[in-house]
Design a protein around this ligand. Structure first.
Ligand code: NDP
Length: 248
């Protein structure tokens, strides 16, 4: 399976809402066989049913990306169901913004565990499958925060800077036939702001930064663009902001 989207087996973490859901729905509409992973299986059941009702092929698997064994099982489930894996989308993430001197240490840990270690677990699970067939693609969803940092985004941006570094290192280390794509969204409609625990900060973030939002489908289209290229074309990075987002 080299170019195009039709028939490709695509596993997506964080597919129970927002950008991950949109990627699953959009790629399935283009003929991909999608495997949705997240913890909220009640959401996954509904999304998978809707994809199938619309003529697509989809299955789901309950996975917590902080658990490397579960991510491995997620990949195995994809391969058992559809015979192979062509694309692994590392999308799961959270963004509990806060000032450093609020000392929300457990939220820092959570971001590091999901946003960084979760991606590494995805790589550890999917890369052996890609190496065995000498073909495959990682799509890592970072953020414009992978190259920008400001007050309250320090730890979140640090996790996304890390994923950008991991993506570039991975791209150089893997064989000539394995692709690594980074997609960095700007402000996009999703449930992400719900992870901000400070009510004042959440209100400020929603009023000041979470305006002129992109639809999650805009990010899904960017992912589709990278996936559908011929196999000798590796779209390394796509930064997708709302046109009106100028300041970060
Ligand atoms: P959502 O909150 O809507 O989605 C986050 C997804 O991550 C959910 O499906 C959630 O599923 C999943 N997730 C969280 N923790 C875990 C975990 N431990 N194991 C498995 N899945 C987990 O937000 P978005 O769609 O916006 O977020 C998707 C990605 O996009 C994130 O990496 C985010 O950083 C990035 N992004 C988003 C932007 C935006 O403005 N929306 C901008 C830039 C980047 P569940 O809770 O069911 O496990």
């Amino acid at each position: 399976m080299n170019s195009g989207i039709k028939g490709k087996v695509v596993a997506i973490t964080g597919a129970s809402s927002g950008i991950g859901e949109a990627i699953a729905v959009h790629l399935a509409s283009k003929g991909a066989r999608v495997v949705l992973g997240a913890r909220r299986t009640s959401n996954l059941v509904k999304i998978v049913s809707s994809i199938i009702e619309n003529g697509g092929e989809a299955v789901y698997f309950s996975v917590d990306v902080t658990q490397p064994g579960q991510v491995k099982d997620f990949v195995s489930y994809a391969v058992e169901n559809f015979g192979t894996l062509d694309v692994f989308v590392n999308n799961a993430g959270l963004m509990p913004l806060s000032m450093i001197n609020s000392y929300k240490v457990s939220e820092w840990h959570q971001m590091i565990d999901v946003n960084i270690k979760g991606v590494l677990h995805g790589i550890a699970a999917a890369l052996p499958v890609f190496e065995a067939k000498d073909n495959g693609q990682f799509v890592n969803i970072t953020s414009v925060g992978d190259r920008w940092v400001g007050p309250t985004s320090t730890v979140y941006s640090a996790t996304k800077f890390a994923v950008r570094a991991i993506s570039e290192g991975l791209r150089q280390e893997v064989s000539a036939n394995i692709r690594v794509t980074l997609v960095a969204p700007g402000a996009t409609e999703s449930e992400l702001a719900e992870t901000i625990s400070d009510p004042e900060l959440k209100k400020l973030a929603i009023e000041k930064f979470r305006v002129n939002l992109l639809s999650a489908n805009a990010i899904a289209r960017a992912v589709a663009y990278a996936v559908e290229q011929p196999s000798d074309v590796d779209v390394n990075e796509l930064v997708v902001r709302p046109t009106a987002q100028k300041s970060f």
